[in-house]
Design a protein around this ligand. Structure first.
Ligand SMILES: [Zn+2]
Ligand SMILES: [Zn+2]
Ligand SMILES: [Zn+2]
Length: 477
């Protein structure tokens, strides 16, 4: 039995190629720079004869907020070696002819597969969104590190292509902030690579370092040797020893001719002369003039920053597919709830109060909604906030006005139940559990939330933090 291999003829019609069920679009410098019509294509091939054009298109696609664009497989043809880090690093392959279509089709399919495994839960803050975007890109391309690349076009001199593509080169310092956030959240891990210094006025990294006069800050100075004449111990700049006629040197103090260096004189150091204020000085200041904002800064006031190579942590590697929640800051401003620090302070006062008044009983409670993230996934970030607000309203209506509520994060809340003993609190919480379940069921298509809670009597002689920790442990263990 013989197998016939029929070479698939590749037909390009109106810049389109159909190949193995994939629809490719070829962009060349005659194409529109609008990228929106590209959404319907499975992969893009950019003709890079015109490198500037290729760069522009690639930046637009990769810098887009929508994963339909920024995750799209992009290949380059007619690519000439370029210094642009984005063009170099943010493509999915380079081909020399359309005969290689089979290879890039395989790459495109691989990327698709990975794309379907991503978690598309919306995250709250700008930093979180940006980091999630970068993690998504890295996940679909099997990238494990973010590497800085020296780049003349970056305001800080370095570019991290996967992040920088989202910013103008002038905004490059934001990239460092994003990276700092990702590090703080435990998603990436830094390995020191280089230190840079930035302008303390505009964060620019293009600095011109000069030696300046300590008296007038002028950089207009000249240096000359300092001469020490041994016989008379005179020390002065070389020019004091010179005459206008020949190259011989004569001591201005004792009028003797200088003979041999090391024998009757030497040059112990260098002296600077300021051509602006006419003063002499031995040690100059080093100042850095910022090329972007022209501020002249003493070097000790520059902002030092580490440029690191970042590796994905375990949390970072799984975050693309599993999603992540950033710390609870964004749930603090829910009307009717207070922040955790305020909650702890109020609890502290309540402990003081019951200390003096032992027949007064108050309680603390924790409520955890185990599967509420499933719900947030459906509703998005806006929905998350309104769900939380509805829950707070409901809880508020069913507790006393002196009681207080705080969110630890978007699935866990604490209650301070004042003048409420254990049995009463337990009954209150059971009631709240039923009410919250009903609220969610009625508003979200019969979605069943799993609610766990725990109640404890407030102890008069224990710190509030300790008691909250105990309560939390008992719920989750
Ligand atoms: Zn500046
Ligand atoms: Zn001067
Ligand atoms: Zn002398």
């Amino acid at each position: 039995m013989s197998l016939k291999v029929v070479p698939q003829s590749i037909e390009i019609r109106n810049n389109k190629i159909e190949f193995e069920n994939l629809l490719f679009f070829i962009i060349d410098s005659t194409s529109s720079v609008k990228i929106e019509p590209l959404i319907g294509y499975d992969a893009i091939i950019i003709d890079s004869k015109d490198a500037d054009f290729a760069k522009l298109i690639l930046r637009k696609i990769r810098g887009h907020y929508n994963p339909e664009f920024y995750l799209k497989p992009i290949f380059l043809i007619n690519y000439k070696e370029s210094k642009d880090p984005i063009l170099q690093n943010m493509n999915d392959g380079i081909i020399h002819s359309y005969d290689q279509l089979k290879d890039i089709a395989d790459v495109a399919k691989q990327i698709f597969l990975k794309t379907t495994q991503l978690d598309y839960q919306l995250v709250a803050t700008f930093e979180a969104q940006m980091v999630k975007k970068v993690l998504n890109y890295m996940y679909t391309r099997d990238l494990k590190t973010l590497k800085p690349i020296p780049d003349l076009n970056s305001a800080i001199g370095y570019t991290y292509p996967e992040i920088s593509v989202n910013f103008d080169s002038a905004e490059e310092t934001q990239v460092l902030e994003i990276l700092g956030w990702g590090e703080k959240e435990g998603l990436i891990w830094p390995d020191f690579f280089e230190r840079i210094y930035l302008c303390n006025n505009c964060n620019g990294g293009f600095l011109s370092y000069r030696e300046v006069c300590p008296h007038c800050n002028s950089s207009n100075s000249s240096a000359q040797d300092l001469v020490h004449h041994f016989p008379c111990a005179y020390i002065g700049p070389l020019s004091d020893f010179r005459n206008t006629i020949d190259n011989s040197l004569t001591c201005p103090k004792c009028n003797k001719a200088l003979r041999h260096i090391g024998v009757d004189y030497d040059k112990p150091s260098i002296i600077h002369h300021c051509n602006n204020c006419d003063k002499n000085f031995q040690d100059f200041f080093v100042k850095a003039k910022c090329i972007s904002c022209t501020q002249d800064i003493e070097v000790q006031y520059l902002i030092p920053k580490s440029i690191n190579i970042y590796k994905l942590t375990k949390r970072g590697r799984t975050a693309a597919a599993n999603g992540f929640l950033s710390s609870g800051r964004e749930v603090e401003d829910i009307f009717g709830a207070i922040s955790m620090p305020v909650f702890k302070t109020l609890l502290h006062y309540e402990i003081e109060r019951i200390k003096d008044n032992t027949e007064q009983k108050s309680s603390i409670a924790i409520i955890n909604i185990e599967n509420i993230l499933e719900l947030y996934k459906k509703t998005g970030k806006k929905g998350e906030k309104s769900i939380l607000e509805n829950i707070v309203n409901l809880v508020r209506e069913n507790i006393r006005t002196t009681d207080f509520i705080a969110f630890e994060n978007s699935s866990t809340l604490y209650l301070g139940l004042i003048n409420c003993d254990y049995l009463q609190s337990e009954a209150d919480l059971l009631n709240l559990k039923t009410l919250i379940e009903k609220l969610i069921r009625n508003n979200f298509n019969d979605f069943e939330v799993k609610i766990n809670f725990k109640v404890k009597l407030l102890q008069p002689f224990n710190k509030s933090e300790f008691q909250l920790d105990e309560l939390t442990k008992e719920l989750f263990d």
